[in-house]
Design a binder for this molecule. Structure first.
Ligand code: PLP
Length: 434
């Protein structure tokens, strides 16, 4: 599966493979799921990416979520430039950390947050805190939810009747995976059974607030509230991972889709992506009595040389301050327009598909049935997606290079960018049909 030749990208990819495993610093960037040469991006502005061959693409990846306002937003750039001029890292507390923490506490139900540098660090640290707080070791997660490359969370469901998980990759000790229980998403009976068997040993249940890492698979109505209640009934903590959904799915993140309305609150939450404004920043936060267990206030150790970095927190703060209700209304409109047009084009071309969303996040599954869990997501026609992907790329639209990913839009997706996507869809749908 190939697109128009991209000689400069191809040359860089060859050099990259000589010095970096697979030529990339995060696997999905390698185009392994769709074939062809990954595009090396030289610059980006607003909704557009420009690669090293000079091709331009409307970006529907947005750096895998962070670029809520679009690329190189002038006000964010100005704040960041001013921060860089003041110095890039001090290893001391700084004002932007306080301001960003206040902004996050203001938008979400957490009482306090601790900054880290990646979503992986956030979930890893939140789990340590949950274990330290409860004095228990086991963690429940759902198949298809991704929480970063934490050992105990790279676990797969054991076969047959086994409840305890097995390593999801070489390098994860069986002992680490063995503390994890992996369940099918949206399956209340499986949750009840796991808690009936292991409830007294479970430190926390972690879930994506609305999963986006197997494509977008929204929680069935009341599912997150049920999880929160189940955890409470068993003295476990409910950990809602909002690294992807936070400040993206809605102004209040995934929690704004259900918890805010239904009146339940996670014990712990994790954030990343948007809150770093394109820089490495993430956070975990939650109930005050849980967060006070963290060093230096409490006994659970956690630290980071670059945690709360002044440039990253400045970028995150500028992004969140500019992410007004109007921005979320715009994201909703753009997402709806693209989603509906993709569905219409695929229907016209006779390609079985299902479009699913959670707030402003959405994805297209290349299969006939609605998807409620990872087994459903796995029944897609990934070959049809690959053909669709390359046809979109040739028409100047950069989709996530995998059928198992959410599509992201930004405040900078204006009429010209959206029209480019709409114009590309019918041809790509025909390519997927053939
Ligand atoms: N949690 C969720 C829900 C994510 O989507 C991701 C990354 O995509 C992570 C955690 C890990 O974040 P990072 O890639 O910053 O380590």
């Amino acid at each position: 599966m190939t697109s128009t030749p991209a000689p400069a990208s191809a040359a860089l990819f060859d050099r990259a493979r000589a010095v970096t495993p697979g030529g990339v610093n995060s696997p999905v960037r390698a185009f392994a799921a769709v074939g062809g040469t990954p595009r090396f991006i030289r610059s980006a502005s607003g909704a557009w990416l420009t690669d090293v061959d000079g091709f331009e693409y409307v970006d529907l990846v947005c750096s895998w979520g962070p670029m809520l306002l679009g690329h190189a937003h002038p006000e964010v750039q100005a704040e960041v430039s001013a921060a860089v001029a003041r110095g890039t890292s001090f290893g001391t507390p700084t004002e932007p950390e306080v301001l960003l923490a206040e902004e996050i506490v203001g938008r979400t139900p957490v009482d306090a947050v601790r900054f880290v540098s990646s979503g992986t660090e956030a979930t890893m640290s939140a789990i340590r805190l949950a274990r330290g707080f409860t004095g228990r070791d086991k963690v429940v997660k759902f198949a298809g939810c991704y929480h970063g490359h934490v050992d105990s969370l790279l676990a797969s469901a054991g076969s047959g009747l086994a409840t305890l998980a097995v390593p999801g990759t070489p390098g994860v000790p069986a002992s680490a995976a063995g503390e994890t229980i992996v369940l099918p998403y949206n399956d209340r009976a499986a949750v009840d059974k796991a808690f009936a068997e292991h409830g007294a040993d479970i430190a926390c249940l972690i879930t994506e607030a609305a999963p986006g890492n197997m494509g977008v698979v929204p929680p069935e109505p009341g599912f997150n509230g049920f999880l929160a209640q189940t955890c409470r009934d068993h003295g476990a903590l409910f950990l809602s991972d909002e690294v992807m959904t936070g400040f993206r799915a809605t102004r209040q993140g995934g929690w704004g889709l259900d918890g805010a309305r239904e009146g339940w609150v996670p014990d712990l939450m994790t954030f990343g992506k948007v809150m770093g404004g394109g820089f490495p920043a993430a956070a975990f936060g939650g109930r005050r009595d849980v967060m006070t267990h963290l060093a230096p206030e409490g006994p659970v150790y956690q630290a980071g040389t670059l945690s709360g970095n002044p440039i990253a927190t400045t970028a995150g703060l500028a992004t969140l301050r500019l992410a007004t209700d109007e921005v979320y209304a715009h994201l909703d409109r753009v997402a709806t327009t693209i989603r509906d047009a993709a569905s219409a084009a695929l229907t016209e071309a006779g390609v079985p598909h299902v479009v699913q969303s959670a707030g402003t996040m959405f994805s297209v599954f290349f299969g006939a049935e609605p998807v409620r869990d990872f087994a459903g997501a796995s029944r897609q026609d990934t070959g049809a997606f690959a053909a669709f992907f390359h046809a979109m790329l040739e028409s100047g639209v950069y989709l996530p290079p995998s059928a198992y990913e959410a599509w992201f839009v930004s405040a900078a997706h204006d009429d010209r960018a959206v029209q480019t996507v709409l114009d590309a869809l019918p041809g790509a749908a025909r390519a997927a049909a053939s």
